[in-house]
Write a protein that binds this ligand. Sequence first.
Ligand code: SF4
Length: 447
Amino acid sequence: MALTGVQIFKLLPKTNCKKCGFPTCLAFAMALAQAKVDLAKCPDVSEEAKKTLGEASAPPIRTFNLGTGEKAVKMGGETVLFRHDKKFFNPCALAVNIKDNSSDDELVKIATGVVSSEMDRVGQKLRVDAISVEYASGNVSQYEKAVKLVAEKAPDAALILNCKDAAAAESAVKAVAARKPLLYGAAAENAEAMAAIAKTHGVPLCACAQGLDALSALTEKLQGLGINDLVLDSGAKTAKEIIEHNTQIRRSALKKGFKPLGFPILNCVIRDGSAFEAAVATVSIAKYASIVVLSSIEKWKDLALFTLRQNIYTDPQVPMQVEQKIYKIGEPSAASPLMITTNFSLTYFIVSGEVENSKVPSRLAVMDSEGLSVLTAWAAGKFTAAKIAQFIKDSGIESEITHKELIIPGQVAILSGALEDKLEGWKIVVGPREANAIPTFLKTRAS
Ligand code: SF4
């Protein structure tokens, strides 16, 4: 159980020395109880208290990576039940399952499909993250061969070894141990053998049970066997079970400090690859899964799930923004048009997309408006004539271009006079009100 602020306070030095940055030991204890500060900030805490408090101040949901390298997926570490309370931190991994008795062509097709699933949406790279290889053949060497083939063809994807047979699991884990695969398949009947494999090769282990009582008994047993990087599969299959189990797991870990369920969740939503399967996956994504295993991947499904995941894991209090700078679209010359807009991601991607569609090489000045769209930024005083003029002057663009003409969004046409006053020698051109009119606008001017 997590300790309360008062219980933590009793273990601190109680000198109120302020070295931790808090005015009193009690204030530090309260912050520690809410996991808002690291115990290491207090340099005077005793070794004994460190041990007790270290356990109490550990994140309520254990954090570790699925896979290795740049595309490893960080799991766990969540601190709230509801996104609007703070934010959700670590987007869930999407995985596709394939049986080891599939043909080599099918195995390669899945692996290459995962590699090519990556897409760019509002400046973020979104992808299917993992491949689950299921032991269906009953043949240990065939399983190892299939795992190796998938690993080779998808060198950056995380791997899940879906196998409850200890001999097959041992040989497959050994073959790809450097990729830190998740070994899926520790159950009550094979816990010792699977824990031994996970421990020997240093890989995370998924505990599989039917229901939360059996699951917590299993994770306690696995922890007793020295396994700390655990993933939970409660056996939930229907949307109703997924919501119920996942919510109880998250609530138990966060609100009750119940350590046996303080781990990332895996939901296997495999059905027939239909829209219904995708719909069940959306429930998992929305309600706390760290890994969602699907039967197939296709562009239509990927796009829907990626978009949902991206929206759930953005900070609701911070608009998505792009960097303030002057972006080149195409290969603009010194005479090419210069346009300006705000740094709200959607605004930037819509405007830059339409400039690209025009095929007229241009420069797009993107000004920091704290992530607000054009009209909102103008209304909030963040996209004013004075600020735009300052940004243009500071950008150094005048030395790069041979004209002094700035195209502003039609929605802020009202700024044109004030801008000409503040940007001496510049001509302000009012562009279209809507982004979809940009191609015609630019083409007409270029002709
Ligand atoms: S540094 Fe430690 S002893 Fe000093 S005020 Fe903070 S908690 Fe108390």
